[in-house]
Ligand binder design. Structure first.
Ligand SMILES: [Fe+2]
Ligand SMILES: [Fe+2]
Length: 292
């Protein structure tokens, strides 16, 4: 099963000028194009928050035009830069979003070999994240309904301190104990994927592997000094492709930037012989290696 994860699109109004060295909307278009071109095609795509830069209706309208071009099922989760009202006005009834009168997104994607469950950490009017009682209870119940099925939780704010202080101060400030309790009760959770940090990271939380996807816009600078001035960089934007094999989840990063590929076979001494051995899962002698 292949799961594409795009994060922190920060979509802006159609006429918005580039900001912080990045044309966010152009990158969204490129990301959609790259996703559609993937082979094999992902079974599902998830967008882990900060869909827009300020949660304005005009921004969701622009985002809608980009998302309409995506050729695979997509599920949306809000981040701190989103606003639940305008988000639902734009998309309720689509992309897993339902106007249920509550204050958080509840998505369970259960049509593949791995189950995907959302954890909406957004807090109205604030940038930090939280896991209130009701959300932890919903997650607990959702996980309890399929305790044998491998499950991936997707969220916006990651459940760990990253060392980048100005992002950590708007991390999950409440409810990590609740989340740890839930994860302790449901051992089928094989991982969590998040966004918010605008750079790739890996950690564990309560014994569960957590991966943060890169952003499609500007990256957060890697500076782990306390109280360092907040900075972003033009490190390569991208998205992730998570491959579930039945017992392992492998997370690949796909960069948006144009790049060349080079044919390795052209420098191998005897590719047909090497191919045969590899196809049959036999060890490859160095004698069949590259011309160096
Ligand atoms: Fe973001
Ligand atoms: Fe965020």
């Amino acid at each position: 099963m292949l799961i594409a994860q795009i994060s922190d699109l920060h979509c802006r109004e159609a006429d918005a000028p580039a900001m912080l060295g990045c044309d966010n909307n152009r990158n969204i278009a490129i990301a959609i194009e790259r996703l559609n071109a993937l082979s094999p095609r992902p079974d599902v795509a998830i967008a882990t928050g900060d869909l827009t830069s300020a949660g304005r209706p005009e921004q969701y309208a622009v985002l809608a035009t980009y998302l309409a071009a995506l050729e695979m099922p997509l599920y949306l989760l809000p981040g701190n830069h989103d606003e639940r009202g305008p988000l639902l006005e734009a998309f309720a009834g689509r992309y897993g979003l339902v106007d249920d009168g509550g204050d958080f997104v509840r998505t369970v994607i259960d049509d593949g070999p791995m189950r995907l469950v959302s954890l909406d950490t957004s807090v109205a009017g604030h940038h930090h994240g939280a896991i209130a009682e009701e959300r932890a209870a919903w997650l607990d119940e959702s996980l309890a309904t399929a305790s044998e099925k491998p499950t991936l939780i997707f969220t916006h704010h990651p459940p760990f301190e990253t060392g980048i202080w100005w992002m950590d101060r708007i991390g999950i400030l409440d409810g990590l104990d609740r989340l740890a309790g839930v994860l302790g009760r449901h051992r089928q959770v094989i991982g969590m994927v998040a966004g918010h940090l605008h750079r790739t990271m890996h950690a564990t939380f309560a014994g569960v592997p957590v991966t943060i996807a890169p952003t499609t816009c500007y990256a957060v600078d890697l500076d782990i000094h306390d109280e360092a001035p907040p900075r972003v960089t033009n490190e390569p934007p991208g998205f992730m492709l998570h491959r579930w094999t039945g017992d392992t989840l492998v997370s690949h990063t796909v960069f948006l930037d144009d790049h060349e590929t080079y044919d390795v076979v052209s420098i191998l001494k005897d590719w047909p012989a090497r191919f045969e051995r590899m196809r049959d899962r036999q060890p490859v002698p160095k004698a069949l290696g590259a011309i160096e």
